[in-house]
Ligand binder design. Structure first.
Ligand code: NAP
Length: 252
């Protein structure tokens, strides 16, 4: 390694095995990050890793990219709805890596088909809040010792326009509430972590063609990943505690 080269930044992406999370991993690798691809199972993480590594097997130039990616992307088991899994993942991370520069709380579920605020039951509310909101909070808490070792750490919460006050309607009840509360967590975490100079952002990827967004969605996963990658690489800490889409601040 070149002794004068700046140290490579390291990012962890939850739900990194598919959809927007996988596109974020891809984009961060292209931005020369080292990437920890977290997924609920090692099989899912390794399958996704192979997808990243198989980029461009067809040409020698891309073969080089594949080889470089192989050394810079690592699998991690992390179920954000399970505190034991989160703790294990944070410990596991600490045994392999000295610090974490960027945490992207991307993992999420949308289980609200055929329910609205008048019909949703407690189990569904619990499950969605537990994953989309409490998962991001608990993951941030657990990885804080690693983030604290970075000189300019940042946390990016994968939110949604359906969690913006102006986007709330009778439909998508558990999802909307979970993202509204996640935006609240962004504001609270940004305030709590300001003394440590750790920035915290919310972002909406837009409507994206993934298993969650469906095939009619207007954006590719790469387009959906763009603002998260921008926040990870270029946004200033002055933006901490704010909500973004298309690299622009939007109202909570
Ligand atoms: P997706 O294709 O369904 O992927 C969701 C990811 O989250 C998967 O990797 C999934 O893992 C993971 N996940 C779910 N529950 C988890 C848990 N308990 N622990 C760890 N990982 C878990 O969805 P997506 O469209 O890429 O969505 C990514 C994020 O963007 C979500 O937070 C979503 O709310 C947000 N978003 C999406 C859209 C859109 O239009 N697609 C719009 C606004 C916001 P498995 O493979 O194990 O299920």
């Amino acid at each position: 390694m070149n002794a004068t080269a700046p140290a490579r930044k390291r990012a962890l992406v939850t739900g990194g095995n598919k959809g927007i999370g996988l596109a974020i991993c891809q984009g961060l690798l292209a931005a020369e990050f080292e990437v920890i691809l977290a997924a609920r199972s090692i099989d899912k993480a390794k399958t996704a890793l192979e997808k990243l590594q198989s980029v461009g097997r067809a040409s020698l130039r891309r073969q080089t990219l594949r080889e470089r990616n192989e050394n810079r992307v690592h699998p991690l088991i992390l179920d954000v709805a399970d505190d034991e899994s989160i703790e294990r993942a944070a410990q596991d991370f600490g045994t392999h890596f000295p610090q974490l520069d960027v945490l992207i709380n991307n993992a999420g579920i949308y289980p609200d088909e055929d329910v609205n605020i008048l019909t949703i039951d407690r189990e569904l509310l619990d499950r969605t809040m537990n994953t989309n909101t409490f998962g991001a909070i608990r993951t941030t808490q657990a990885f804080l010792p690693h983030l604290s070792k970075s000189p300019a750490a940042r946390v990016i919460n994968g939110s949604s326009g359906l969690g913006a006050l102006a986007g709330i309607a009778a439909e998508s009840p558990s999802y909307s509430l979970s993202k509204l509360a996640l935006n609240g967590a962004t504001i609270m975490l940004a305030a709590a972590l300001k003394p440590q100079k750790i920035a915290v952002y919310s972002m909406c990827p837009g409507w994206v063609r993934t298993d969650m967004g469906g095939t009619s969605a207007s954006r590719s996963p790469e387009q959906g990943a763009d603002t998260a990658i921008w926040l990870a690489t270029a946004a200033t800490p002055d933006f901490s505690g704010k909500f973004f889409r298309d690299r622009q601040e939007i109202p909570f």
